[in-house]
Design a protein around this ligand. Structure first.
Ligand code: FMN
Length: 343
């Protein structure tokens, strides 16, 4: 069972199908509580009853396998893990790191299980494109440079917000947030290629700008629901997916509560190579994530000034997010920042 704090949230709210009954959710929640109390037999029984009603979400199947492994029922554990893999489970490190599963490591079936998982991971890795497709372009309104809210006030009052009002964001608001995140504040004509247009609102080690910034639109006035790549150079959005993929993004983010009410989300990835080719390990271990922090804080502060709440989310399924957002092979996902109006 995943013991990270986020799994406590997941256990409470994770569902992959809206059609599942309340009973299913209740049984899963009860099973989770039994797991936390180390009452594994009771937990396994509750998972069994839940799966008689519902199909079993990926996390639920994984946790049921953990309960089975703890109660020395390897047949059931392997059955649930194989089902999870067949249904699309791709978190290899969960398999390797979860202490609940240790009793399975010496079972002959363990290596077959990992091989099945690796085959799935290879297929997923092969599916990532080398470059983004050239989808329809959306021009964003020019960012404003004046505000009634001082930087000091934003610094004093900024908070991570996880619940938002049931209101759309405007295209102007989204434009402002994206500009704050990674927009140009000093365009440079005939700039060297690595600058990609000029200097930006967020500092970057060596001005190498390793980040990519995406917008997942769910409820943005004047913008179709879908997934967009923010192009800093021209302050435009490139359409990557022209249909609503909110639920998939939420699933990738373990259905943390933010996704229920947010109107959009900024998703960050990084092409680490842009930094490591100059800085080596220091680029990977320090600079890229420092760059990310600068940019994300801009979103917090700009959001505060616009009465738009956000929260940096670092707990998600890397591969699932990379897939759903349509990242390229070279990118690694880093943050999800849900966005929504607040009082
Ligand atoms: C690297 C990082 C990862 C985070 N991941 C999550 C997350 O997955 N879910 C969440 O609700 N909050 C997440 N947070 C937000 C923190 O919980 C929040 O910043 C912290 O509780 C302090 O609250 P404040 O931002 O309101 O000052 C993350 C913050 C950081 C910096």
């Amino acid at each position: 069972m995943r013991h990270m704090a986020v799994i406590a949230i997941v256990l409470a709210i994770c569902t992959t199908s809206l059609a599942w009954s309340q009973d299913y959710d209740q049984l899963i929640e009860d099973a989770g509580n039994k797991m936390y109390a180390s009452e594994y037999e009771a937990a396994l029984e509750l998972y069994r009853r839940a799966f008689e009603i519902g199909d079993g979400g990926l996390n639920d199947l994984f946790n049921a396998a953990c309960a089975a492994a703890r109660t020395a029922d390897p047949d059931a554990a392997f059955m649930y893990l194989n089902r999870a893999i067949a249904d699309g489970f791709i978190e290899r490190h969960w398999f390797e790191e979860d202490e609940d599963l240790v009793s399975l490591h010496t079972d002959d079936r363990w290596n077959d299980l990992l091989a099945a998982l690796d085959a799935r991971l290879d297929a997923v890795a092969a599916s990532f494109p080398e470059a983004h497709p050239a989808g329809p372009v959306v021009d964003l309104p020019e960012p404003r440079l004046l505000s009634d809210v001082s930087v000091e006030e934003a610094l004093q009052s900024r908070r991570s917000v996880r619940t938002y009002m049931d209101l759309p964001l405007s295209l102007a608001e989204v434009s402002q947030l994206l500009w704050a995140a990674y927009g140009l504040n000093k365009p440079i004509e005939n700039a060297p290629d690595f600058l990609r247009g000029g200097l930006r609102t967020a500092p970057s080690a060596g001005a190498l700008y390793p980040l990519e910034v995406y917008l997942v639109a769910r409820n943005v006035t004047g913008l179709a629901s879908g997934i967009y790549l923010y192009r800093s150079e021209t302050h435009q959005l490139i359409t990557l997916v022209g249909v609503d993929r909110w639920q998939d993004v939420s699933d990738a983010g373990f259905n943390q509560p933010h996704f229920e009410t947010a109107a959009a989300a900024i998703v960050y990835s990084a092409v680490f190579e842009r930094s490591t080719q100059k800085y080596g390990d220091r680029g990977r271990e320090r600079y890229v994530c420092m760059d990310l922090g600068h940019s994300a804080e801009n979103v917090y502060l700009q959001g505060y000034a616009l009465k738009i709440g956000t929260c940096a989310i670092g707990a998600f399924s890397d591969l699932a997010l990379k897939q759903v957002v349509r990242m390229t092979k070279a990118e690694e996902p880093l943050y999800i920042m849900p966005l929504g109006k607040v009082e």
